[in-house]
Design a protein around this ligand. Structure first.
Ligand SMILES: NC(=O)c1ccc[n+]([C@@H]2O[C@H](COP(=O)([O-])OP(=O)(O)OC[C@H]3O[C@@H](n4cnc5c(N)ncnc54)[C@H](OP(=O)(O)O)[C@@H]3O)[C@@H](O)[C@H]2O)c1
Length: 229
């Protein structure tokens, strides 16, 4: 039987890269991000492991470019992972920072999912996993835009889940706490954080459930809070 395909956005590093690698054991991967070199290194690693990976260099905030690049792709699992974060008090946040977060973390969900979901519904088979955040239900200083986009992710995911579940398409959101990646600048000991591989394992867990089971929302956080906080 032909292998299924998983498309992962933000696959060049961090959680997306780990997820693409994890899923490559079972799926052919389509890896999407802007950094061509990092995507090429991912594709090489997947190929060395015996898997297949096609790369697409793409700014997912560009609606037209997304529609063109993703047209005709038969996708069984979509992982909406790409995201950006600028944590600043609202009065220090620039218009460009605000729009970038809204465009990548939220608007791009429309562009990418809109391109791939119709095929899933038509084939009555598919899974859409979006990487949200615990910021999607928490409030904190410096999160007025980032947390708002992640709250929006939850609303989007849960409404979509209800809309397409009868078409045999499952939709879920993973809400991580702190993960050691390059999402935000960080100093000092980071060893208390979750790893990208642990989030990748969580995505794997979701998509490996039997067809009749949908774990639609999953929160995952470091077991212990850091002492210095
Ligand atoms: N790290 C955490 O503590 C944490 C916690 C909760 C949730 N999350 C969420 O996890 C997801 C992944 O973040 P991460 O921590 O792995 O961060 P990361 O290491 O900074 O990776 C972000 C990824 O998003 C891609 N990306 C950013 N803008 C893009 C654009 N315009 N077009 C295409 N790709 C774009 C980046 O690729 P290019 O730069 O190559 O385009 C990169 O692959 C995000 O949605 C984030 O909000 C992270």
């Amino acid at each position: 039987m032909a292998r299924e395909t998983a498309l992962v956005t933000g696959a060049s590093r961090g959680i997306g890269r780990a997820t693409a690698l994890r899923l490559s054991a079972e799926y052919d991967i389509v890896a999407v991000a802007r950094n061509e070199g990092e995507l090429a290194s991912l594709a090489k690693e997947i190929s060395i492991g015996g898997g297949k990976c096609k790369t697409i260099v793409l700014d997912i905030a560009d609606e037209q470019a997304v529609a063109t690049a993703l047209r005709g792709i038969k996708c069984d699992v979509l992982v909406n992972n790409a995201g950006v974060a600028t944590m600043k008090p609202f009065l220090e946040l620039t218009s460009a920072e605000w729009h970038r977060m809204v465009d990548v973390n939220f608007n791009a969900l429309f562009y990418v999912t809109r391109a791939l979901l119709p095929g899933m519904v038509e084939r009555r088979h598919g899974f859409v996993v979006t990487i949200g955040s615990l910021a999607g239900r928490n409030s904190f200083v410096g999160g007025s835009c980032y947390a708002a986009t992640k709250h929006a992710v939850n609303g989007f995911t849960e409404c979509l889940m209800l809309e397409v579940r009868d078409s045999n398409v499952r939709v879920a959101v993973v809400m991580p706490g702190s993960v050691e990646t390059h999402l935000t600048p960080s100093a000092g000991d980071q060893s208390w954080k979750l790893t990208s591989n642990q989030i990748a394992d969580t995505v794997w867990y979701l998509v490996s459930q039997p067809d009749s089971v949908l774990v639609s929302r999953l929160e995952i956080r470091p077991a212990k809070a850091p002492k210095h906080r």
